[in-house]
Design a protein around this ligand. Structure first.
Ligand code: BGC
Length: 329
């Protein structure tokens, strides 16, 4: 009797084992994301969107173990972080360079370690033309995801050029402006500075640069520079061009403090279309901004990372369009 029972039990167990679905652990990919500086309004939107989007792509079979680090605007720190990512055996690295002039060395390390490298937001130095990136992006596992900053600069210039008075408030025949620049090494800053003014000149307007200062993308710097310029040049300042919205937010504070009124005796434009700036455009306290599509770019960056993780071929460039933002009619 005991024997029969034992046999039955053994048989049941064998059946149970056979009937159970084969258990496969999900495949987990390790992704390292190095951000140039967490304390940057635009990159905060961008990085949070990447994290959310990676999560949304997870299935029972595929997981993404994402580690994100703050380069604190220090290239030495970011180099250490890249070394750590390599030692930790990351399957892919998303890199928002602190210094684009250090692109070669940073990318070489990652490529040598056989890890796909997805550059975001800060385009390695050079022109968008094919020739400039040889040696940097000329590699099957390296790409850049971003937006062509020339377009954003052109849109800023057009926003002013399309005003009834074309930015020439005092009617002296020239548009007198101040330019508040981002990090001077950054191609976005260079292109926005150049192309905003080029758009005005190309449209046949005369321009006068009263001042051009480095604000390093930071709100507090934008405020300081704009306040100083308003104190120095007074009513002469007709247009304040800011390479990004964070600095435009600072400039808006300075403009208000100086008793000036956007849309009446001064104009103010930025880039990024941060939520608070879109509101300001709509209530008239900013003349316009340009959408730097953080969602579109972060999704494109994650999508191409997933492609690379799946061993699929990737392109060297992925471009996302800017969009002009002015007051809703
Ligand atoms: C954005 C800036 C940001 C910078 C960081 C630019 O594309 O417009 O807001 O501070 O990237 O590199």
């Amino acid at each position: 009797m005991k024997k029969t029972l034992a046999l039955l039990l053994a048989l049941t167990m064998v059946f149970a084992l056979c009937a159970a679905p084969a258990y496969a652990a999900p495949k987990t990919y390790k992704v390292g994301i190095a951000i140039y500086q967490f304390d940057d309004n635009f990159m905060t939107l961008y990085r949070n969107e990447m994290l959310d989007y990676f999560k949304s792509l997870e299935t029972d079979d595929v997981k993404y173990d994402v580690t994100i680090v703050d380069g604190k605007n220090d290239m030495a720190e970011q180099n250490n972080q890249i070394d750590n990512f390599i030692t930790q055996g990351m399957d892919a690295i998303i890199l928002n360079l602190v210094q684009t002039s250090s692109a070669d060395a940073a990318i070489d390390k990652i490529v040598d370690a056989g890890i796909p490298c997805i550059l975001i937001n800060r385009e390695p130095l050079g022109d968008k033309g094919d020739e400039s990136y040889e040696g940097i992006l000329n590699n099957a596992t390296v790409c850049y995801v971003g937006a062509d900053a020339r377009q954003s600069g052109t849109y800023q210039g057009e926003i002013i050029g399309e005003l009834d008075n074309h930015g020439d408030i005092n009617g002296d025949g020239k548009i007198s402006y101040i330019m508040i620049e981002g990090d001077p090494e950054n191609i976005d800053a260079q292109y926005r500075t150049e192309f905003s003014i080029k758009a005005l000149k190309d449209a046949g307007y005369e321009v006068e640069c009263l001042d051009d200062q480095i604000g390093n993308w930071a709100q507090a710097k934008g405020q300081e520079i704009c306040a100083n310029d308003l104190a120095k040049f007074g009513d002469k300042v007709e247009v304040v061009f800011c390479n990004n919205d964070a600095m435009a937010l600072g400039a808006a504070t300075a403009i208000q403090a100086a008793g000036r009124t956007v849309g009446k005796d001064i104009y103010l434009v930025g880039v990024d279309a941060l939520e608070e700036c879109v509101e300001m455009v709509n209530d008239g306290t900013m003349t316009g901004t340009v959408l730097n599509d953080a969602v579109g770019q972060s999704h494109a960056a994650v999508d191409v990372t997933v492609k690379a993780l799946n061993g699929e071929a990737i392109n060297n460039y992925y471009w996302v369009d800017y969009v002009k933002v002015t007051k809703a009619a």
